[in-house]
Design a protein. Structure first.
Length: 634
C-alpha cells in the first residue's frame, strides 16, 4: 500500500493520509539538551571520584563497576533519543480511498502468512481464528492469498485448517452481508453481537468446527471418522505411514482453497488458502523459521498476481512448490540473503525489516485507535522471559554481525535511524546496569561503605535530577500514549525483571558463545499460548505467574532478598544522610520486588515461587555477602 500511496501523491491524486508533527517533539529536543548537559556533568563527577576519592582496591573496583553501569545507561538513553526527535501522527483519510482505487485491478496483491509451530503450545483453533479474520478482509478475494506456515508439520494443524476452509464458505459472506467489524469468529461470538436466526446458525457451525478440532486435539491424531473424501485421506497418508516426525519429514503443501475456483455459499470467489510445511531433515542446511516463510511469493504460479493458465493444484505447479519447499533448496540460491526473510538470526522479522530499510525502502507506521489485530501472548512469567531471552539473543546477533546498525546501518540509512535500530539490537545490555545496581550498592551498604554523594553534597541534586528526569519523562510518554499510572508502574517493574532474567541470560549466552563455550542453546522454542482457568484468573488479577524451577528466577530472587536485607539493615543501623542514595536504591528494589516476596512467602497457588529457588537464592546471597566482607575490606 505504501508504493501505491507514493504513486498517487506524485500523480496529483488525493492523499490517503496526512502527517502532523506533535508539539512535544520540540519539548523533547529541549529536554534532551538539558539532560545531556547533566549527563556530561555526571561523568565529570565520576572521573573526579575515581581519581581523587578512590584509594583502596575495593573502592576503585566499585567506582569502575558503577561507571560501567552508568556508561551503558547513558548509551541506551542517547540511542533512544532519535525515536523522540520527530514524533508524528498519521491520520488516514478513508474518504479518498475510492478516488484512488477505482477498480479491483487497482488493488495491490496481498500475501499474508499465518505462522505456527506447535499445536500443543499454539492451539490450532486460535491460529484458525487468525486466518479466518484475514480471509474475511473487505478486499478483492482474487488479490488475497493466505499461507499457513506450519513449522511443526502437524496433522492436527492441517486438519484444523481443512475445517476452517469449510467454515469460511459461510463465515466470509456472513461478514460481508452484515458489515461485521470483528471478523475473528471467536471475538465476534464473545461480543455483544446482534441476535438473529442467521447469527445463531453461523454460530452453530462455528461450534461444530470447534468441537471437531478440539476432539482431534484430545486424540492427538486425525482418525478416518473425520475424513470425508479421497482427497482428505490422501492428504493425511504421510502421517499414517508412521515415518513423519516433527524433526524429519517431507514437504507438505496442501491447497485448501483456490481463488477463482472455490466459491462461498453466496457464489463469491474465495481467497487462496494454502497450508505449507517445509521439508525437514537431520542434515538440512538451514533450520531457521524463515525458511518456511520464504517457501512460496519465488513461484509466480502460486502468487495472486499470476494470470492463471493452469490451476495451482496442477501437477506442474505443485511439483515446483515441493521443489522450493525442499530443505536443501536454498543451497546456492538467493534465499535468506537477497530474497525473502533473512537468515542468520531468530529475529528474522527485525533483521529483514532493518536490511530493507538499509536498501532504501521506507515504511510507514500507523497505529489506529481501533486495533487492527489482537494476538495471543504467553502469560506465564517463565514463558514470557524465555521468549524475551530468545529475542534478545537474536537482537545481539544482529548487533554484532557484519550488518550491525552502529556500523553498516549508519552508512546505509544515516545516524538517527541507525541509532534507533542500534538501541533495540543492544537491548539486552540493559542487564549490565540493572545487575550492578541490584547488588553492589546493597553489598556496600551492608559493609557500611558509602559510594554515592551525601544529601548535603551539591552533587546529590544532580543524581536526583537524572533519576527523576528519566522516570518522569518515561511516565509522561506513557500517559500521553493513553496509558495509566498503574500500567506504567507495571511496565517499569517488568523492565527490571527482564533485566535480571532474560537480558542477563541472553547477554551471558552470546558472550560465552563468542568465546567458543556453548553453555546454552539458541534454538527456536515455541512459548505456550495455552491458558488454564486458574492461570487466567491470576493474570486478570495482575498476579505474576512463576511456578517453574528455572535458573532464570535465581538472580531475580537473589536481588529481591539482598535488597530487603540491605534496606532493613540500613534503616536500623545506618546514618540516613550519608547513605541516603544507597538506601533509596535498596528501597526502590524492595518496592519493585513486592510480588516476588508474595510469591516466596504468602502464596500457595501453583504460580508461587518454587521453594527450591527461594532456598538456593538465599544461600547464594549469604555466600555473596561473606565474599563481600573480604573483598570490600581489602
Amino acid at each position: 500500500m505504501k508504493n501505491l500511496m507514493a504513486a498517487t501523491t506524485t500523480a496529483g491524486k488525493p492523499q490517503l493520509h496526512s502527517v502532523r508533527l506533535l508539539r512535544r517533539a520540540y519539548f523533547n529536543g529541549a529536554f534532551a539538551a538539558v539532560y545531556l548537559s547533566a549527563v556530561l556533568a555526571f561523568f565529570y563527577r565520576h572521573v573526579i571520584s575515581l581519581i581523587i576519592q578512590s584509594k583502596t582496591l575495593a573502592s576503585i573496583s566499585i567506582s569502575i563497576s558503577v561507571l560501567i553501569a552508568d556508561l551503558v545507561l547513558a548509551f541506551m538513553w542517547f540511542t533512544c533519543q532519535s525515536c523522540r526527535m520527530k514524533m508524528i501522527v498519521r491520520e488516514v483519510q478513508l474518504e479518498n480511498l475510492d478516488k484512488v482505487i477505482t477498480s479491483k485491478e487497482s488493488f495491490p496483491a496481498m500475501d499474508i502468512f499465518v505462522c505456527t509451530a506447535d499445536p500443543y503450545k499454539e492451539p490450532p483453533l486460535n491460529v484458525v481464528n487468525t486466518a479466518l479474520s484475514v480471509m474475511a478482509y473487505d478486499y478483492p478475494p482474487e488479490k488475497l492469498s493466505v499461507y499457513v506456515s506450519d513449522d511443526g508439520g502437524s496433522e492436527l494443524t492441517l486438519f484444523a485448517f481443512m475445517e476452517a476452509a469449510k467454515f469460511g464458505r459461510f463465515w466470509l459472506p456472513f461478514c460481508n452481508q452484515n458489515n461485521v467489524m470483528d471478523r475473528c469468529p471467536h471475538a465476534y461470538f464473545n461480543s455483544n453481537h446482534s441476535a438473529s436466526w442467521e447469527t445463531q446458525n453461523i454460530k452453530d457451525k462455528y461450534e461444530s468446527m470447534k468441537k471437531k478440532i478440539e476432539s482431534v486435539m484430545k486424540k492427538g491424531k486425525v482418525t478416518d471418522e473425520y475424513l470425508t473424501g479421497e482427497e482428505e485421506h490422501e492428504a493425511f497418508s504421510q502421517w499414517k505411514q508412521g515415518i513423519f516426525t516433527r524433526q524429519q519429514h517431507p514437504s507438505v503443501i496442501q491447497v485448501l482453497l483456490e481463488s477463482g475456483k472455490d466459491k462461498d455459499i453466496a457464489g463469491n470467489s474465495m481467497p487462496n488458502l494454502v497450508y505449507v510445511s517445509r521439508e525437514k531433515s537431520k542434515d538440512s542446511f538451514h533450520q531457521f523459521k524463515a525458511g518456511a516463510l520464504n517457501t512460496l511469493p519465488e513461484i509466480p504460479e502460486l502468487g495472486p498476481d499470476y494470470s492463471v493458465k493452469e490451476h495451482i493444484k496442477s501437477r506442474h505447479v505443485m511439483n515446483l512448490a515441493h521443489h522450493v519447499a525442499g530443505c536443501k533448496y536454498e543451497v546456492g540460491t538467493h534465499w535468506g540473503s537477497e530474497i525473502g526473510f533473512k537468515y542468520g538470526t531468530v529475529v528474522e522479522d527485525f533483521y529483514t525489516g532493518y536490511l530493507l530499510q538499509c536498501e532504501g525502502w521506507h515504511s510507514i507506521f500507523y497505529h489506529p485507535k481501533r486495533p487492527a489485530f489482537l494476538g495471543d501472548v504467553p502469560i506465564s512469567l517463565f514463558d514470557i522471559i524465555s521468549q524475551n531471552k530468545r529475542w534478545f539473543v537474536g537482537f545481539l546477533d544482529v548487533a554484532f554481525s557484519k550488518h550491525s546498525p552502529l556500523t553498516y546501518g549508519v552508512k546505509a540509512m544515516g545516524y538517527l535511524q541507525a541509532s534507533s535500530y542500534g538501541h533495540y539490537s543492544l537491548w539486552a545490555i540493559w542487564s549490565i546496569p540493572i545487575v550492578i545496581y541490584a547488588f553492589i550498592p546493597q553489598l556496600s551498604l551492608l559493609n557500611k561503605m558509602c559510594i554515592f554523594p551525601q544529601m548535603s553534597d551539591p552533587w546529590f541534586k544532580l543524581y536526583s535530577f537524572l533519576f527523576l528526569g528519566a522516570y518522569g519523562r518515561h511516565c509522561l510518554d506513557f500517559i500521553l500514549a493513553q496509558g495509566t499510572i498503574a500500567r506504567w508502574w507495571s511496565e517499569q517493574r517488568f523492565w527490571l525483571i527482564r533485566g535480571l532474567t532474560s537480558h542477563t541470560f541472553a547477554t551471558f549466552e552470546v558472550v560465552t558463545r563468542s568465546l567458543g563455550i556453548n553453555i546454552a542453546t539458541q534454538g527456536f522454542n515455541v512459548t505456550s499460548k495455552v491458558i488454564d482457568d486458574e492461570q487466567a484468573k491470576r493474570y486478570d488479577q495482575g498476579i505474576f505467574e512463576f511456578g517453574v524451577e528455572s535458573p532464570m528466577f535465581v538472580p531475580l530472587s537473589m536481588a529481591a532478598i539482598l535488597n530487603l536485607v540491605a534496606f532493613l539493615y540500613g534503616f536500623l543501623k545506618i546514618n540516613l544522610d550519608g547513605f541516603f542514595v544507597q538506601m533509596f536504591v535498596a528501597g526502590f528494589g524492595v518496592l519493585n520486588s513486592v510480588p516476588i516476596y508474595e510469591a516466596m512467602i504468602l502464596r500457595r497457588d501453583k504460580g508461587r515461587m518454587p521453594t527450591k529457588i527461594t532456598i538456593i537464592s538465599a544461600l547464594l546471597v549469604f555466600v555473596l555477602y561473606v565474599a563481600s566482607l573480604f573483598v570490600l575490606n581489602m
